[in-house]
Ligand binder design. Structure first.
Ligand code: ASP
Length: 345
C-alpha cells in the first residue's frame, strides 16, 4: 500500500492539547479542533489521507464517563472499514482509563488505535502536543507485510508507545506523563521509530471487529491505609447496588488481618460481591501466597488482580459486569487476560 492510500481518522475529544486560557479565570478550557490544525501546519505534509472528527463540545478528560467510551467505540466501529488507523486526542488525566476500556470493548482489533495528548496546549511555544500528535499519526499509519505495525489500543507520549491498558499517569508536570511499569514499551521514537516486535500483539488470523458497548459501573473502591476504621470499610462494602469492590492493598496484595476487617469482607463476598485485590504499588503485582496477611484474603475468596493497573481494573470490571458476569463467574473471568492487561504465569 503506498502512503497516499493510507487513511487515518483523528478523533478529537478535548484535553490540554486543544485548550486555551479563559481570559476571565486564567484556567484552561477545551477549544475546537481547527485551532490544532492551525498550530500544526505539518499535518498537511503527511502523504496520508487525514480526516478528523471532533466531539462537540470537547471536554476536559476529568469529565469522561463510560457513556463517552461507548460513543468512542461506536465511532471507531462505524468508521473502521474506511480507515487504516485511528488517533484519539484525549486529556491525560483519564487517558489510561479510556485506553483500558477501549482495549476491552474493541475485540478483534487489527488496526492501530493510538491515544495521545499533551501537557502543554498546542498553541504554546514549548508544547509537547505537536511531537506527540505527529508521532502518533506515524505510528497509526505504520505498516509492514500488509498489516498494521501495532494493531492494539496504545498510548503515545513523549517518545514512547505503550500498551494502553498497562499505563498509569504518574506525572502531572513532566512531559513523560505516563508509565507502564509491568510491560515494556511497544515502540520508542528517536531519530526513527523502533518497534518492540516481540511485545506487540498480532492477531493469528484475520478477524472481524466486535464492538462491546455495555459498561456497568456498579463498582466501588476501598483503598487501605493504616488506621482505616470499620465504619469506612462497612460503608463502602454496603454501598447499594454494587457487584464488585476493588480492594487497593499494600505491596504484593496484603491487608490488615484484624477480625472485624476479614469478617466484613467475608460478609460482602457471601453477598455475591467480588472483592478484587489490586496493589497500590505501580510495579509488580498481587501474590496472595507470599505473606500470611495476603493468604488470609485468599482463604476468604478475595480475587487476585495479578499485575493489573488500577485503571485497567476499573475498566475490566465495568466491561465484565456489562457482559452480565457476577460472583464466581466474574471472578473466573477476571483471572483471564482479555487484551494483554495482565501477565499470565
Ligand atoms: N485536565 C486535562 C485533561 O485531562 C489534563 C490534560 O489534558 O493533560 O483533559
Amino acid at each position: 500500500m503506498s502512503s497516499g492510500n493510507i487513511s487515518i481518522l483523528i478523533i478529537y475529544t478535548g484535553g490540554t492539547i486543544g485548550m486555551k486560557q479563559n481570559p476571565e479565570t486564567g484556567a484552561l478550557v477545551p477549544f475546537n479542533f481547527e485551532q490544532i490544525e492551525q498550530e500544526v501546519p505539518e499535518l498537511k505534509k503527511f502523504g496520508y489521507r487525514l480526516n478528523t472528527y471532533s466531539f462537540d463540545p470537547p471536554i476536559d478528560s476529568s469529565d469522561i464517563t463510560p457513556d463517552f467510551w461507548v460513543k468512542l467505540a461506536l465511532l471507531i466501529r462505524d468508521s473502521y472499514p474506511k480507515y487504516d488507523g485511528f488517533v484519539i486526542l484525549h486529556g491525560t488525566d483519564t487517558m489510561s482509563f479510556t485506553a483500558s476500556a477501549l482495549s476491552f470493548m474493541l475485540e478483534g482489533l487489527t488496526k492501530p488505535v493510538v491515544l495521545t495528548g499533551s501537557q502543554l496546549p498546542i498553541g504554546m511555544l514549548r508544547t509537547d502536543g505537536k511531537e506527540n500528535l505527529i508521532s502518533a499519526i506515524e505510528i497509526a499509519a505504520a505498516r509492514q507485510n500488509n498489516q498494521a505495525m501495532v494493531p492494539e489500543v496504545t498510548i503515545f507520549f513523549e517518545n514512547r508507545l505503550y500498551r494502553g491498558n498497562r499505563t498509569t499517569k504518574h506525572n502531572a508536570e513532566h512531559f513523560n506523563a505516563f508509565r507502564s511499569d509491568n510491560y515494556p514499551p511497544l515502540a520508542e521514537a528517536g531519530i526513527s521509530i523502533r518497534f518492540n516486535f516481540p511485545f506487540i500483539h498480532y492477531p493469528t488470523q484475520q478477524q472481524d471487529l466486535v464492538v462491546h458497548t455495555t459498561m456497568d459501573s456498579s463498582i466501588a473502591v476501598l483503598k487501605l491505609f493504616p488506621g482505616i476504621t470499620p465504619n469506612v470499610v462497612e460503608a463502602i462494602l454496603n454501598t447499594k447496588g454494587i457487584h464488585a469492590v476493588i480492594l487497593e492493598t499494600y505491596g504484593s496484595g496484603n491487608a490488615l488481618t484484624q477480625k472485624w476487617f476479614l469478617s466484613l469482607l467475608r460478609k460482602a463476598i457471601s453477598n455475591n460481591i467480588v472483592v478484587y485485590n489490586v496493589t497500590q504499588c505501580k510495579a509488580g503485582g498481587v501474590d496472595m501466597e507470599k505473606y500470611e496477611n495476603g493468604l488470609a484474603l485468599k482463604k476468604i475468596g478475595v480475587v487476585s488482580g495479578s499485575d493489573i493497573t488500577y485503571e485497567a481494573a476499573v475498566a475490566k470490571l465495568m466491561f465484565l459486569l456489562g457482559k452480565g458476569y457476577r460472583g464466581r463467574l466474574l471472578a473466573a473471568e477476571l483471572a483471564k487476560s482479555i487484551a494483554g492487561e495482565i501477565t499470565m504465569k
